[in-house]
Design a protein around this ligand. Structure first.
Ligand code: CO
Ligand code: ZN
Length: 333
């Protein structure tokens, strides 16, 4: 699964520009699903049929945070805004890669009076041009952090672990899938990082009876970290709450009981900020029970996000078991 993950994280696919990662996923899963389509926003929907079974929507987002060019000055320096939650502290001195392959470094205006972290407005991208004419970048061009996959053994580091690790979990789950208690819609969504936009329309298109998002969550296990129980390597986290949703208690119980029965380690997650595509599912149509399996991840939204491969493996196991376990909901189809 490391190879799968490495390939996924090294693709550039900021919000709204997910086609490269979508093409790769399509190529891998085509022989494994009964039907596949791309909707108007660019979500990839793949169906694993099961007659007379409730429909479950599983979603992982393909997009990653990035930068969009707003202005190129006469000297060829490009100004930018963020696509999603890019934090200034992670920018200066970093390298970026545009979709057309152009690379650059992020510089910052000098402010000798202060060592404070400057806002993104004070930063610019230098692609080595000497004038606007000479600069291969145009307004509206998009870029992502440039950072190769780093294999530390049990733990691995990359940009875009949020949420390519979720994409990898879905693909691996599909590869190992045998029988299922559900008709499964594997949804690879777009534009999560700019406000769960892809999952919003996908949930209307799929009309699921229940839904699960697979996404990263923060951890509290680093020096003076968040006051949070989740740790790396202690198993996938079952979300109870984040800033965007209260997970359905019946689904929480279903996940907890399934994990315990299968002796899969898990953690209970309360995240005091952030949200996932599950919020979009939950609030679609007249409401859909939704939950989240989270992959613990250190340094979320930094260019180097760290996950533990055992957590990834256990997330695949838990999801596989859930798909064989009848839904806890009273459903009329
Ligand atoms: Co994110
Ligand atoms: Zn995410």
């Amino acid at each position: 699964m490391k190879e799968l993950l490495k390939t996924l994280v090294e693709i550039s696919a900021p919000s709204g520009y997910e086609s490269q990662v979508r093409n790769q996923i399509q190529e891998w899963i085509r022989p494994l699903v009964d039907e596949m389509r791309v909707d108007a926003l660019g979500n990839l929907l793949a169906v694993h049929r099961q007659a007379d079974a409730p429909r479950i929507m599983l979603v992982a987002h393909m997009d990653e945070i990035g930068l969009m060019i707003t202005h190129v000055d006469r000297q060829g320096f490009a100004r930018f805004v963020s696509l999603g939650g890019v934090m200034p502290i992670h920018c200066v001195g970093g390298r970026v890669r545009f979709l057309n392959g152009v690379q650059g470094v992020i510089g910052v205006e000098k402010n000798p009076a202060s060592y404070e972290i400057p806002p993104l407005e004070k930063m610019f991208i230098d692609v080595g041009a000497s004038s606007a004419e000479d600069c291969p970048i145009r307004i509206g061009d998009v870029a992502v952090f440039e950072r190769p996959f780093l294999d530390l053994g049990k733990r691995v580091v990359a940009k875009a672990m949020d949420d390519r690790v979720g994409v990898a979990v879905l693909i691996e789950t599909l590869r190992r899938l045998e029988k299922s208690a559900f008709e499964i819609y594997f949804v690879f969504s777009v534009q999560e990082e700019v406000g769960v936009r892809g999952a919003t329309v996908a949930a209307f298109g799929v009309e699921p009876h229940l839904g699960l998002a697979i996404d990263v969550t923060a951890t509290g296990d680093t020096p003076k970290g968040h006051r949070m129980e989740v740790q790396l390597g202690k198993g996938p986290a079952i979300k109870i709450r984040d800033a965007g949703m209260l997970a359905d208690p019946r689904l929480i119980q279903w996940m907890v009981q399934t994990a315990e029965k299968a002796k899969i380690p898990y953690q209970r997650e309360i995240l005091e900020f952030g949200g996932t595509d599950a919020r979009a599912i939950q609030l679609s149509r007249s409401g859909v029970p939704a939950g989240v399996i989270s992959i613990p991840c250190r340094y979320v939204h930094a260019p180097s996000e760290m996950v533990d491969m055992e957590d990834v493996e256990n997330a695949v196991k838990l999801l596989g078991r859930l798909l064989q376990t009848p839904s806890p909901l009273e459903l009329s189809s």
